[in-house]
Design a protein around this ligand. Structure first.
Ligand code: SF4
Ligand code: SF4
Length: 399
């Protein structure tokens, strides 16, 4: 029987920290736990239906506790509003763009192709434009079929649909939008969901504008958010960060506090390389997310290819999160949960010198000391939502 040591890992996969095993299988969107919440009776419960309803109509009577009042839900839902509008625009065509389907809201591609210079010059320009449109982070990866959904799935007609990204889009531009630090400090709360909603609303604006810019230059470009492909492996390949125990991308600039978007294009642009700043080694020592998760959905052991259920990709050696347990908690509290993001020592406001010092320490042999200091100084603890409403957060402008 072959062992993990016998697996051949290519140089580029090793650089990205990917370890795929011979039984690797591309992921089917139908198995995503959010898609399952529409067709799988084990996941679709009364609680999950109420969970989704509260994103349309704020709960008024459910709980009166801090962070779950009508005002908190009202703000959360308003933050989602722009993303929701884009997503709902083509529902009559069985499309939920940005979550189940890639975006199709464009003007035509220009007939004349503009020369942007060398692939390196083109990459630099695209990054400048992306940042000017509001991207907090932006990187470029080569197209990699392994991370594309093998089929898409419609929540509305409850049917599988074919993958629609055409051949020949050889580059993937990955953008990350930072979520608000102080809102995430209020987790668990409906209020904190405003950070998620704003992340997606900003994301939609940036990926659609940047894709249209590339189309105006005469090249193909298709914008996408959570649909179409697994965003985290692309983000790692694009040099935006490393993979963490909590099952998310950890960026140097914002830790795990980001939402991702991507643009598939045939514009000739130079790819970035994966980065390493000590996350894997730090996560080997730290257990803040697995200990903080209220439903034990995050593993505390070493990375492996073991999976919990069909919502996990098969044949990848990594820290795997139990999406069924995680979504069950979201449904039970009528809002998304980001406790693991809040408590992660990489979740900081890095505009301050002492937080940058902590991040540097985390990447050295003094990582255990950093972890002890982080706890002693109270990082990762919850801020009551009423403090956020009083404007007592840490970040300068908030929001
Ligand atoms: S989001 Fe909440 S429930 Fe899900 S893994 Fe993180 S801490 Fe656990
Ligand atoms: S909380 Fe600790 S173990 Fe979990 S992702 Fe963050 S650094 Fe890694």
């Amino acid at each position: 029987m072959p062992t993990m040591k016998d697996d051949t890992v290519s140089e580029s996969d090793a650089a990205a920290g990917f370890h795929l095993r011979p039984h690797f299988k591309r992921f089917n969107q139908k198995d995503d736990v959010f898609r399952r919440s529409w067709w799988d009776e084990r996941i679709r419960t009364q609680k999950s239906e109420l969970f989704y309803e509260t994103y349309r109509e704020p709960l008024k009577t459910w709980r009166k506790v801090d962070g779950f009042t009508q005002k908190d839900y009202a703000l959360r839902n308003a933050a989602w509003h722009v993303s929701d509008l884009f997503t709902e625009l083509k529902q009559d065509q069985d499309r939920r763009e940005g979550f189940s389907d890639e975006f199709t809201l464009y003007r035509d591609i220009a007939e004349e192709q503009m020369d942007l210079g060398t692939p390196t010059q083109a990459a630099a320009e695209i990054k400048r434009v992306g940042k000017s449109f509001g991207a907090d982070l932006i990187g470029i990866a080569e197209y990699d079929e392994r991370w594309m959904y093998v089929h898409k799935f419609s929540d509305m007609s409850k049917r599988e649909k074919p993958q629609e990204i055409p051949k020949g889009l050889s580059s993937v531009i990955v953008v990350a939008q930072a979520m608000d630090y102080d809102l995430i400090r209020t987790v668990p709360s409906a209020l904190s969901g405003a950070a998620t909603g704003l992340g997606y609303s900003h994301d939609a604006l940036v990926v659609l504008s940047l894709a249209q810019y590339i189309r105006n230059l005469g090249y193909s470009a298709i914008a996408s958010m959570n649909d179409t492909a697994l965003a985290i492996p692309y983000a790692i390949k694009a040099g935006l960060g490393e993979y963490g125990r909590l099952g998310l991308l950890i960026t140097k600039e914002f830790g795990p506090r980001v939402r991702l978007g991507k643009i598939f294009t045939n514009l000739p642009i130079a790819p970035d390389r994966p980065i390493r700043f000590g996350v894997k080694e730090f996560c080997d020592t730290c257990r803040r997310c697995s200990e903080g998760c209220p439903v034990n959905a995050i593993p505390s052991n070493a990375p492996s290819d073991e999976i919990y259920n069909q919502s996990n990709i098969k044949g990848v050696v990594k820290w795997t999160v139990d999406g069924e347990k995680c979504f069950g908690y979201w449904a039970a509290q009528n809002s998304d949960c980001s406790i693991c993001i809040r408590v992660c020592p990489y979740n900081k406001d890095f505009s301050k010198w002492y937080t940058r010092l902590g991040r540097w320490l985390a990447g050295t042999r003094l990582r255990k000391l950093m972890l002890r200091l982080d706890l002693a100084l109270g990082f990762g603890s919850r801020m009551p939502s009423k403090r956020w409403w009083r404007g007592e957060g840490e970040t300068a402008g908030g929001f």
